[in-house]
Design a protein around this ligand. Structure first.
Ligand code: AMP
Length: 547
């Protein structure tokens, strides 16, 4: 039997209509350079309709790509629904990429229009001559007048909305229609495009809201710190809309003090971002007082949340951290680390060890780890393998890209992450395939070493890279940033001594160098490629026999 249920395509339009009907009075707050901006979902809906009319009048058709070049704020959020619900494709450009990469992406995606924050105009001005297909630039500004710019033609976002009809009949879409696209911020080669369908985003949103996902409900106040150009701010704007939660957008100022003030003032219950943000916040909270008691949970992902950070936040400040893992190619949610109830009985040490893992797969995400020979490795928490995944919000191919072929293995997407999976199903990312240290044919996890070093009380950040070695092919070099107050007051031996009972002896880094900072990628992760480049002429001070 088939065709039993109603035809009801899973589209984002449903989320938008629902919030308008049920939660028109809930607030959306944005911290703009000119001050706090507040309005309700009711007002939001009207502006989304005006925006949809404006897009139509600018000639946007079904399937056209409409790009954004913007921080996290309400206008960006208006585009989040207006563009896909119109049937066009929202393309969120990563503002932190190199100009040439941005030009590549705009041209590759064939973006028709770019919506740009006034503060970011100079970046686009530099590459405009390369952007042949772009038909116009829409400037988002709080000023009365548009700034002087060489971009052309330009439109004023607010003027477009003022002049547009406030009523719009959203078209009926198919659930497989494209809704959003985003390029990976990979550190090698040109960025690769991932296109998400309405159906994928709707299913992803539902699962994200589950209690053992990010547990979002109407009572939440959600602050996405993760950029809206980085995999839809991990889906939080959609999830918050589905449930009718109040949303808070931080704008361009992301200093820990700005974030702490916003959490305190708006009584944020759930926020999310990469570890770098939280490492900074942890330091701030040691010296300055904020009332962050409204926070129910902080989602950390994008790179590994050091266990010391999870433990420190909880014990010192009573803030609960949820560690999660995902990828641009996965819309992005893959795993979430919450303790299963029967693991609550474990001693504290083991509980934190579980919570520092990346977690168990979300419903509908299937995963397996595969060794060098393509064999699936056992779920024993020991054996490492490359993680492969499949599921309804994982891409089937990269957008118009021949590199698709190498990215898939018999219908599974190859993540490039090396993991162990334990008998409970918790994965632990031990490395990127490219970042593993291969010493004498054995794998050393750079990530595990980093986490162990970052637990040292004098250390702010640490990154470990593999460098060529005459005897062992590769050996680990630890690059360590001391906390401000311990600059020049920490030694290599202290670090090695600290590691001695935490990792195997042959894993100990051959050298520890103290550096001012670890280079970061456009989305705030350690940029190991840049770090390797920095140390490409490095010669080991110790002889191989000392290992
Ligand atoms: P992106 O597509 O830019 O979000 O990057 C995805 C990659 O970030 C993954 O393949 C992982 O290598 C890394 N990543 C994401 N979340 C985590 C996490 N919780 N722990 C470790 N690595 C992570």
């Amino acid at each position: 039997m088939k065709g039993l249920m109603m035809e009801y395509p899973l589209t984002l339009t449903h989320l938008l209509e629902r919030v308008r009907k049920l939660y028109p009075h809930k607030e959306i707050v944005s911290r703009m350079p000119s001050g706090l901006h507040r309005y309700t979902y009711g007002e939001y809906y009207e502006r989304v309709c005006r925006l949809a009319n404006a897009l139509r009048s600018l000639g946007v058709q079904k399937g056209d790509r409409v790009a954004t070049f913007a921080w996290n704020h309400y206008r960006h959020f208006e585009l989040y629904f207006a563009v896909p619900c119109l049937g066009a494709v929202l393309h969120t450009l990563n503002i932190r990429l190199f100009p040439d990469q941005i030009a590549y992406i705009v041209n590759h995606a064939e973006d028709q229009l770019i919506f740009v924050d006034d503060s970011l105009i100079p970046v686009l001005e530099r590459i405009q001559p390369q952007l042949k297909g772009v038909k116009g630039y829409v400037i988002m500004t709080d000023s009365e007048r548009l700034p002087e710019t060489s971009l052309s033609p330009v439109y004023d976002y607010e003027a477009l909305l003022r002049e547009a009809d406030p009523h719009f009949e959203f078209p009926t879409l198919e659930e497989d229609d494209a809704a959003v696209m985003c390029y990976t911020s990979g550190t090698t080669g040109n960025p690769k495009g991932a296109v998400y369908s309405h159906r994928a985003l709707v299913l992803h949103t539902l699962v994200e809201c589950l209690p053992d996902g990010m547990a979002l409900g109407e009572r939440d106040v959600v602050l996405p710190i993760v950029p809206m150009f980085h995999v839809n701010a991990w889906g939080l704007p959609f999830a918050a809309t589905l449930v009718g939660a109040k949303q808070v957008y931080p704008g361009p100022h992301l200093h820990p003090r700005d974030i702490a003030e916003l959490i305190q003032q708006e009584k944020v219950t759930l926020t999310a971002g990469v570890p770098t943000i939280w490492l900074g916040m942890y330091e701030l909270l040691q010296s300055e007082r904020y009332d962050l008691s409204s926070l129910r949970t902080v989602i950390i992902g994008g790179s590994a949340a050091p266990r010391s950070l999870i433990e420190g936040f909880e014990k010192r400040f009573g803030i609960s951290i949820t560690h999660a893992w995902g990828m641009t190619e996965m819309s992005p949610l893959g795993t979430v680390s919450k303790l299963k109830s029967h693991l609550e009985q474990l001693p504290e040490e083991e509980r934190f060890a579980y919570r520092a893992k990346q977690g168990i797969p979300a419903p509908f995400v299937e995963l397996r780890a595969v060794d060098d020979q393509g064999r699936e490795v056992p779920w024993d928490g020991q054996t490492m393998g490359e993680l492969q995944v499949r599921g309804p919000w994982i891409i089937r191919s990269y957008y118009n890209d021949p590199r698709t072929e190498e990215a898939f293995d018999d219908g599974w997407f190859r993540t490039g992450d090396v993991v162990t999976i334990d008998p409970e199903g918790y994965i632990q990312i031990v490395d990127r395939t490219k970042d593993l240290v291969k010493s004498g044919g054995e794998w050393i996890s750079s990530v595990e070493l980093e986490n162990a070093i970052m637990a040292h009380p004098k250390v702010k950040e640490a990154a470990v890279i593999a460098l060529p070695h005459p005897k062992w092919q590769e050996r680990p070099l630890a690059c360590v940033v001391p906390k401000e107050e311990f600059k020049d007051k920490i030694t290599k031996d202290e670090i090695l001594e600290f590691l001695r009972d935490k990792v195997a002896k042959w894993w100990l880094p051959d050298e520890v160098v103290f550096v001012e900072e670890i280079p970061k990628t456009s989305v705030g992760k350690f940029d190991k490629k840049a770090l390797r480049k920095q140390f490409e002429d490095y010669t080991w001070p110790t002889t191989p026999d000392e290992i």
